[in-house]
Design a protein around this ligand. Structure first.
Ligand SMILES: [Zn+2]
Length: 627
């Protein structure tokens, strides 16, 4: 041990001087799969031309597009850090995710094993059929070398000779070796290594003609993929209509990487020049849902990957990434996902209306809307974005998803802009202005955005697009940094859509998650605050044993008794709380929950003005030209 360190020190002294020649020596990763059936990946990293300063190795704690901590170091073991000859170097562990080599030669080798068995947009999945690698979950990196180029070599397991690599990494000298210009780009480049099916198409875009690749690892039938790929192309063309140009994809290529496997977890994750889409379902069973995820993730190639909040740039792999702008980055994207499907003719009007209605309903009646603003909800992402906690939270009563609320804000802003300008200014104009100002200028290197925006910038762009700074100030103050909602019923009437209560004659006490248990019906989640059941004192874990004087043992009986109660009347309820029997009275209200339907479906005539408004909003923009 002692001798190794001495040799290492001498080696370092000899090679410190000519660092210029080595300063940009690439960091080289080699990925092998000795036991894929046991979900193992072996990683070897070679560093060369290292400066004499301590080598600080990190496993990431977060992943681009994810905002909570995921502590990827937990699945790393058998870490060996040596000189080029294989002699072990002395390593300290300043934290659970860091390995510190105080003294080392210019060349250092690191190897470790990694277990990974979750298919989604965040983690590592290795099995006999593939390796699905989200880089932050898998690759150790060195502090201070973030701007060095990188090479990644994928070695197939025994029997994996037909495996290929789908990735936004740049092609290298052979089919198994890829490159990245820096760490930010590497970490943003998930890779699927398997015998996937591939479909490609190109779309002319002014002087450019980007190539789109659809790599699908699935266990469905090959014949299903052609029609699916045609629908993906419709989405890709339709979204161009919003911005009137594609981003300049690095390498001229954008790659959808799909894992549609029964053992996958449903997810979608955006990257600069690719997206991961995963599902336990199949093209045959869930085509529209899968297209919805593709629509959402592809929209991110403008909104968040390049129209990027300053709070997320550059991404911090060592900590949570907190952003007050996710209502725009995620929420507005969540609005365009279904809107683009509708414009591309991939959904029926009633489906689109139903989805928008559910969004308005959910935000309107979420108790959390009065607790935090949409900006503050965005800052909660580290606690709710696939975050784990063993203690209970009050999120049902204090949180509204920035996806849902942001979607509702986008819908409200789009309709408001169209309403106040007779259709001459729309949310598409706002998004395109954000693109021109913050997205199109790009970055000094792939993986970076040089002009990220702040919330004040977004407000200034709205003021410019609307031609009215007071309008922008008021909209942000009330609906984004306040707690109000626009008058959806009035605005949607412009488009011949009717927002109305689903069942106003039915009794309601607030939505109760109910579960049949021994001796009664358990309240299996939070009771929504502000609603009659909460006001009557009911809480999570209470076991309802009678309602309206009748003993109950089934959730359906509790639901039926509440719905049958006349709004304005009181209903007696008896429940057990931690063994104690409690009697209460709930004052029943009319069910206020909303649905959105096309006027025709509600038996109302559609006026010419409504038809024009609706057509302008929902018709295809895929043919829109360049700026
Ligand atoms: Zn998203």
């Amino acid at each position: 041990m002692r001798a190794d360190r001495l040799i290492a020190a001498v080696f370092a002294l000899c090679f410190v001087a000519p660092t210029a020649a080595f300063a940009q020596a690439p960091v080289a990763y080699r990925l092998t799969f000795p036991e894929p059936g046991h979900h193992l990946m072996q990683v070897e990293v070679s560093f060369a031309g290292l400066p004499a300063a301590p080598l600080e190795l990190h496993m990431s704690r977060s992943s681009p597009g994810r905002y909570a901590l995921h502590e990827f170091a937990k699945n790393v073991y058998d870490v060996r850090i040596t000189d080029a000859a294989g002699a072990a170097l002395r390593v300290a562990r300043p934290s659970a995710h860091e390995w510190l080599v105080a003294r080392h030669p210019a060349a250092v080798r690191v190897s470790y094993r990694l277990f990974g068995d979750r298919i989604d947009g965040t983690y590592l999945s290795v099995d006999s059929a593939h390796a699905h690698i989200n880089m932050p979950s898998a690759l150790m990196w060195a502090r201070g070398l973030e701007d060095r180029p990188v090479t990644v070599r994928f070695e197939p397991p025994p029997g994996g000779t037909s495996w290929r690599v789908a990735t936004q990494l740049f092609p290298g000298p052979d089919a198994q070796t890829f490159t990245a210009p820096n760490l930010q780009y590497l970490m943003d480049s998930p890779s699927e290594f398997s015998a996937f099916a591939l479909r490609t198409f190109t779309v002319r875009d002014g002087a450019r003609e980007p190539t789109f690749r659809l790599a699908i690892h699935h266990d469905g039938e090959e014949a299903e993929l052609d029609g699916f790929a045609r629908d993906v192309e419709k989405i890709v063309r339709e979204e161009r209509g919003v911005y009137r140009e594609y981003p300049a994809y690095d390498g001229g290529t954008y790659t959808f990487i799909a894992d549609y496997l029964p053992w996958a977890n449903g997810d979608g994750m955006e990257h600069r020049n690719s997206a991961i889409v995963t599902s336990a379902s199949s093209v045959r069973a869930s085509r529209t849902d899968l297209l919805g995820t593709i629509s959402h993730e592809f929209f991110h190639s403008w909104n968040v990957e390049r129209i990027r909040p300053k709070s997320l740039e550059p991404f911090n792999f060592d900590d949570e990434n907190v952003s007050g702008e996710l209502w725009l980055a995620e929420g507005f994207t969540n609005y365009y996902g279904p809107l683009v499907l509708q414009r591309a003719g991939l959904t029926q009007l009633a489906e689109f209306a139903s989805e928008m209605g559910d969004t308005i309903n959910s935000v309107t009646f979420s108790p959390g809307r009065h607790v935090r603003t949409a900006e503050e909800m965005s800052q909660m992402a580290p606690y709710v974005d696939a975050a784990g906690a063993v203690d209970r939270t009050s999120f049902e009563n204090t949180f509204v998803s920035y996806y849902t609320w942001g979607e509702a804000i986008a819908l409200g802003l789009d309709l408001t802009l169209r309403d106040r300008t007779g259709g001459t200014v729309t949310l598409d104009d706002f998004m395109r202005s954000m693109w021109e100002k913050f997205g199109r200028p790009g970055g000094h290197a792939p993986g970076y955005v040089d002009h990220p925006y702040t919330i004040a910038d977004a407000k200034a762009v709205l003021a410019a697009v609307a031609g009215d700074a007071a309008f922008a100030d008021d909209f942000f103050a009330r609906y984004i940094q306040g707690h109000e909602m626009v008058n959806y019923a009035r605005l949607l009437a412009d488009a011949g859509m009717v927002l109305k209560p689903r069942a106003p004659q039915a009794g309601f006490t607030g939505e109760l998650p109910l579960q049949d248990v021994q001796g009664g019906v358990r309240i299996a989640g939070a009771v929504p605050s502000g609603w009659p059941a909460y006001q009557a004192g009911l809480e999570h874990d209470d076991i309802i044993i009678s309602i309206g004087g009748t003993t109950v043992s089934r959730a359906e009986a509790v639901d039926a008794a509440i719905r049958a109660a006349r709004p304005g009347t009181a209903i007696a309820v008896t429940f057990l709380r931690r063994g104690q029997r409690i009697a209460a009275t709930i004052r029943v209200v009319a069910d206020p929950r909303l649905e959105l339907v096309p006027a025709e479906q509600a038996g109302q005539p559609l006026t010419d003005a409504q038809r024009r408004f609706r057509d302008a909003w929902l018709r295809s923009a895929a043919g829109s030209g360049g700026p």
